[in-house]
Design a protein around this ligand. Structure first.
Ligand SMILES: *Cc1c(COP(=O)(O)O)cnc(C)c1O
Length: 435
């Protein structure tokens, strides 16, 4: 397959070339390098609402939305004004500030499952801190995670399954010591017998079970609600903590995230992405009893120079206030559902092997016609189709995250007309990929 460029990409190409001399692979986060799609990565210079523009002045309808944070689209005026107002008064003091209180209150007032929260500066940091908290509270070292869930680049979680079914992990990145990886147990999603067996054997050394309740970093692997309930019950039964990593699902599928969506109460929740309104914010939250193990009250140390700085808090506060507009989540869900079903209907009519799992305002282009709920059901060979679709969409002005394992996001700024445009362009791209 030849990937002919019908849009100018010279400026991005030149900038990417220059970036090679500054950053490993020319990027500051690996997927951005476009290694699994065609051409150099696009250097984006500005965005407004549902669209963004690259350095060659190509305009794209954006479904990456900065990998999820931008639930109100680019340069939302309400958020922008709050941020500018705050920046003018100084960006960080390293002290408590009123905006932090306001964001903390807004979240805790509207979330039935958490009583105290601690702000950090990324999703990874939130997960890392939550693991330390779980280990500190229980005095145990091992953690249990699931294949197909991503939890940021925390050492203990950069771990893949070894051979065998229930396995102690081996590191999936150089630089992660094997003895760190060995403290992580990895199970397949939704294998209830294996979960029971593993807990029966190892619960006494397991601090926590960590799961993405809506796994959305390795395709969109929507789980049976009964499996999440099973996790809750097993964690209680075996006296281990349950962590929902809601960095992607938090404030995305509803204000109370997946915990509220499925009505399952985890012991600790991690947040990121949407919570910062486009700024670097993460958080972890739990009951007052669990959170009182954190310094300065308790023995679990965790700190941050720029944690809860007023600018980031202002952005998060403005974004979450907008999320609380009555009907906001229902509308995003309806729009996303309409788009996904329209794409699926076209694929079905044409006999193309593609379906569109979606939940809230998250969607995924999944190849094949079977429902996919575990990562081992994803056929890597199909990613060649994604490459073609991604390329075609760039040519016609639609931007998807540059990997077939990434999900797409619909924002409040995507109009119904935007989504109709996307449907027709995605259908045309499928014609090229499968036709
Ligand atoms: C994005 C993500 C992370 C990592 O967050 P960063 O802000 O990129 O460090 C962790 N867990 C989940 C579920 C995520 O989606």
């Amino acid at each position: 397959m030849k990937f002919e460029q019908r849009i100018p990409r010279q400026t991005s190409a030149v900038l990417f070339d220059e970036a090679q001399g500054y950053f490993p692979g020319g990027v500051n986060s690996p997927v951005r390098a476009f290694r699994s799609v065609s051409g150099p990565p696009l250097f984006i210079k500005e965005g407004k609402g549902s669209r963004m523009r690259d350095e060659d002045d190509n305009e794209f309808l954006d479904f990456c939305c900065s990998w999820g944070p931008l639930i109100h689209g680019h340069a939302n005026e309400y958020i922008e004004n709050k941020v500018i107002e705050t920046v003018r008064k100084g960006t960080s003091f390293g002290t408590p500030n009123r905006l932090g209180n306001q964001l903390g209150k807004l979240i805790l007032d509207h979330h039935p499952y958490v009583e105290r929260i601690r702000f950090v500066s990324s999703g990874t940091e939130a997960v890392m801190s939550a693991l330390r908290l779980a280990r500190g509270v229980t005095g145990r070292n091992k953690i249990l995670k699931f294949d197909g869930c991503y939890h940021g680049h925390v050492d203990s979680l950069l771990v893949k399954a070894g051979s065998g079914l229930a396995t102690f992990g081996t590191s999936s990145s150089a630089g992660v010591p094997e003895n760190v990886a060995a403290d992580t147990i990895i199970l397949p999603l939704n294998d209830r017998d294996l979960l029971e067996e593993t807990l029966a054997k190892h619960a006494h050394e397991i601090a926590c079970i960590i799961v993405e309740p809506i796994p959305a970093n390795n395709g969109l692997l929507i789980q049976d609600p009964s499996w999440l309930e099973c996790l809750r019950i097993k964690a209680w039964k075996h006296n281990v903590l349950l962590i929902f990593d809601e960095v992607i699902s938090g404030f995305r599928v509803g204000f109370t995230g997946a915990a509220g969506y499925y009505n399952v109460k985890p012991d600790i929740i991690t947040f990121g992405k949407v919570i910062g309104g486009g700024f670097p914010v993460g958080a972890y939250a739990a009951s007052a009893e669990i959170m009182d193990n954190i310094a300065p009250v308790g023995p679990v140390y965790q700190a941050g120079t720029l944690s809860a700085n007023p600018v980031a808090m202002a952005a998060g506060l403005a974004a979450l206030e907008l999320c609380l507009t009555p009907g906001f989540y229902e509308l995003q869900e309806q729009k996303t559902h309409a788009m996904a079903t329209a794409i699926e209907a076209y694929a079905k009519e044409k006999g193309y092997p593609l379906h569109v799992p979606h939940i809230g305002s998250i969607f995924w282009l999944a190849f094949g016609n079977e429902r996919i709920t575990r990562s081992d059901q994803i056929d890597a060979a199909n990613m060649e189709y994604f490459k073609v679709i991604h390329h075609e969409l760039l040519q016609t002005g639609v931007y998807l995250g540059p990997s077939g394992y990434e999900v797409g996001f619909v924002s409040g700024a995507h109009s119904i007309k935007d989504l109709e445009e996307a449907v027709s362009k995605i259908c045309a791209a499928m014609d090229v990929a499968f036709g």
